[in-house]
Design a binder for this molecule. Sequence first.
Ligand SMILES: C[S@@+](CC[C@H](N)C(=O)[O-])C[C@H]1O[C@@H](n2cnc3c(N)ncnc32)[C@H](O)[C@@H]1O
Length: 231
Amino acid sequence: VSRPGDRGERLRESWTANADAWTDVVREGRIESRRAGTDAAVLDAVLALRPDRVLDVGCGEGWLCRALADRGVRAVGLDGSAELVGRAREAGREEYHHLPYERIEEAPERVGGGFDAMVCNFSLLDEALVPLLSALRALAAVDGTLVIQTAHPWTARGDAPYEDGWRTETFESFGNAFARPMPWYYRTLESWVAAVAAAGWSVDAIREPRHPETGMPLSLILVARPAAGES
Ligand SMILES: C[S@@+](CC[C@H](N)C(=O)[O-])C[C@H]1O[C@@H](n2cnc3c(N)ncnc32)[C@H](O)[C@@H]1O
């Protein structure tokens, strides 16, 4: 489990150092997998729930909150990078909180409560997931739904074995603009489902959006609802 000063800390710091570079690649549409389908897939998954209020966990520069707001959904974003929250606020009028996940784990009510949907779009990158997902459980409305989009375990595996473990993203395909590599925790499908279940959620659906030309999976989407008997 990550502790200050180790990979979890470097993970969070990378989103400060890379905030401007990340904002540019997102807003200039330079991430091919997003254009090919992952943006539409997560938006469709959330809108299918017909939510009134959505919490965007690890919202980054805020594109998903803006897209939801454009469709009449009240979106609240939170992120641990003050720089990215600043970029989100300058681009939209949605509600944004600068909060590392650790602060939500301590006191979930910091961002209110009663959310119809909570979405984590490529924002669960640390080894310890259960404390955050449990806190999100506390923020959900009755029957509130959790939507997670993440790198597909098959395509993200690369040459490494099919087992959980820390990896490094250098962002080199975007040139030299990213100052800092990002440590991130790879997990298998079994591990994703186990973490979601351990936090009091029950996986309702798994989706695998595919590239329209290559047919390869672009991402993994997990849709989960409060597990029976949990409150
Ligand atoms: C790959 S970006 C995705 C941003 C956004 N969801 C999107 O779709 O563009 C990952 C985001 O997760 C946030 N994040 C990662 N770990 C975090 C933590 N422990 N606390 C708060 N935010 C965190 C980062 O600051 C970053 O904005």
